[in-house]
Design a protein around this ligand. Structure first.
Ligand code: AMP
Length: 563
């Protein structure tokens, strides 16, 4: 493997990609190629056909999309606006996802990407194809429809990708694929991706690929016993529910110190902001930060002044910290080996560790790979409910009381209890004291909703966390909602107005006078933001936002059901 140069801090240029594409992935916050990208990109750039084994989540889209765009960008004049590349995918969702990814990578290249899939109006797609489609991403059925209507012509295709070929075969698209491939020129370059190299995959590859190079990410053999003994739990959650799920998990687990892994720099920054806006003390760590900043963050984490570190794999590599109690995979790692490296940060030197993974329903296959590699079970967990959290809080109170009694120095307080004991039963006095302490701890944890910004640095400005309430009490400020129906609000300000999650939480919680804990997932786009709010509070929030400004901007708010 080549090592990245200073001019190519991400390592993508050393794979042979052109500068605009390297810039595009850097702008998306990618820090280095994933294993499949490292192997596949040079093979495809050299013009070979390729048979790749890679599942969803490994970064396989970029593995074929970047070389494809690289090739088309070399000559932007010939067949301009005609279908020069075709990506066949099994489902409408994947068509949208792949088209979106291609669109992002192609930014600034003048190449048009058009998705065509079933279940959407035909005339829109026909118009989009007529306007010019250099890259068509489609499901086999809809692509055939367009071929029959002659609204799509594949005679100019230079690159053909069969993505998730095993799923396409499972869905009965085998004949459709043959018909579609027959419409493309023989001298095209073809790449096929599947999760396995089963005989039926090799057979379709034999039909449509010319001397393909096989790219298979070798699975490390690991001696049993070398892995730390950590409890491994996965929660299956949809993309839109990840932030909520994470909050609940953090509240329940109340980690002493956790590393939360995201894939990209942008995601690290976004999640750190969101966590801080919701009252957690989180610090970001990624390769885009200056060494001095990174040292500062590491110092805070090492000295246990910051208990949550949100990091990319690259930034966390080589970190030598012994006290990590929880590793949380907010985004799945790009390969099972990366998972093993990540969870190796916890459970060190005989300490107990927990590895938690948030996994989308589509990504569950990854967990099987991990189980095979680690020879350990990954338990599928159920997200803690509000009752679980309350129980947990009381248990923490019990531990704290036990510790306090052992520490001694209670003579003054005993006098007080003795005088109260003349009026009340001892058990009532003790219960009242516990309830008051609990309420106190909750108040200490309740953030001033309108001061979301100032809470950004609470992890170290507020002193060690045990001074903020019970040492291991789940954060009382976060009264988690039970999964009720949510409304998605589209607010007309975004990155272009320098909006951060804290601004939205501050404005919503402060103006509508609702606890920040009930605010769900937040996603900030270029010129708008999406925020989930419980149905019953949506109207109140909309009315409140109409009266206010966010970062000096008046906003409009639209709503629709979130789930
Ligand atoms: P895929 O396996 O293509 O569905 O990609 C899964 C996710 O990984 C997508 O959200 C990509 O944006 C992200 N991704 C792809 N390549 C990289 C990379 N080199 N670094 C970080 N994230 C990546």
């Amino acid at each position: 493997m080549k090592t990245p140069t200073a001019a190519d801090s991400t390592g993508f240029a050393s794979l042979g990609l052109a500068a605009p594409l390297v810039a595009a992935v850097a702008a998306l916050g990618y820090e280095e190629p994933t294993p499949i990208q490292r192997e596949a990109i040079p093979v495809l750039l050299a013009g070979n056909d390729m048979l790749g084994q890679a599942a969803t989540g490994t970064g396989k889209t970029a593995a074929f999309a970047l070389p494809l765009l690289n090739k088309l960008s070399e000559d932007l004049k010939t067949n301009r606006g005609k279908a020069r590349a075709l990506v066949l995918v099994p489902t409408r969702e994947l068509a949208m996802q792949v088209a979106e990814a291609l669109h992002k990578y192609a930014k600034g290249s003048n190449l048009n990407v058009v998705p065509v899939y079933g279940g959407a109006p035909m005339d829109h797609q026909i118009r989009a194809l007529r306007r010019g489609a250099d890259v068509v991403v489609g499901t086999p059925g809809r692509v055939l429809d367009h071929l029959r209507r002659q609204t799509l012509n594949l005679a100019t295709v230079e690159v053909l990708v069969l993505d998730e070929a095993d799923e396409m075969l499972d869905m009965g698209f085998s004949e459709d694929i043959d018909l579609i491939v027959a419409e493309t020129p023989k001298e095209r370059q073809t790449a096929l991706f599947a999760a396995t190299f089963a005989p039926r995959i090799l057979s379709i590859a034999g039909k449509h690929l010319k001397n393909p190079k096989k790219v298979q990410i070798a699975q490390e053999k690991r001696a049993p016993g070398k892995l730390p003994q950590v409890r491994q739990v996965a929660y299956i959650v949809g993309k839109g529910q990840k932030t909520n799920a994470l909050s609940r998990i953090l509240d329940f687990e109340s980690p002493k110190s956790a590393i939360i892994f995201c894939r990209t720099r942008l995601e690290v920054d976004e999640l750190t902001d969101t966590l801080n806006a919701h009252g957690y003390g989180a610090q970001a760590l990624h390769g885009g930060m200056m060494q001095k900043q990174r040292d500062r963050v590491m110092q805070l984490f090492r000295s246990e002044k910051a208990d949550i570190l949100v990091a990319t794999d690259v930034a966390a590599r080589g970190l030598d910290i012994d006290h990590v109690s929880h590793v949380i995979n907010y985004d799945l790692p790009t390969a099972p080996e990366v998972y093993v490296h990540r969870i190796g940060r916890t459970g060190r030197i005989g300490r107990e560790g927990v590895a938690i993974t948030l996994c989308a329903p589509r990504e569950q296959r990854f967990l099987q790979y991990v189980e095979r590699l680690t020879k350990q079970r990954v338990e599928i967990g159920k997200l803690p409910t509000e009752a679980d959290l309350r129980k947990r809080r009381l248990e923490a109170a019990k531990d704290a009381i036990r510790e306090r009694i052992t520490a001694g120095g209670l003579d003054d307080t005993k006098e007080l209890v003795e005088s109260l004991a003349q009026e009340f039963e001892l058990i009532d006095i003790a219960a009242a004291a516990v309830a008051m302490a609990n309420e106190g701890a909750e108040r200490a944890g309740v953030p001033q909703e309108a001061e979301a910004d100032s809470r950004q640095s609470r992890s170290y400005d507020d002193g060690p966390r045990e001074e903020r309430g019970y040492k291991s009490a789940p954060r009382a400020s976060r009264e988690p909602r039970d999964e009720g129906p949510m409304t998605l609000l589209r607010i007309s300000v975004g990155k272009e107005e320098s909006i951060r999650p804290a601004d939205l939480v501050g404005a919503i919680a402060g103006e509508a006078k609702i606890p920040s804990g009930v605010i769900g997932a937040i996603k900030i786009h270029d010129d708008y933001s999406l925020v989930e709010i419980p149905d019953e509070l949506a109207e109140r929030v909309i009315t409140a936002l109409k009266r206010t400004q966010i970062r000096g901007h008046r906003v409009t708010v639209q709503s629709k059901p979130a789930r």
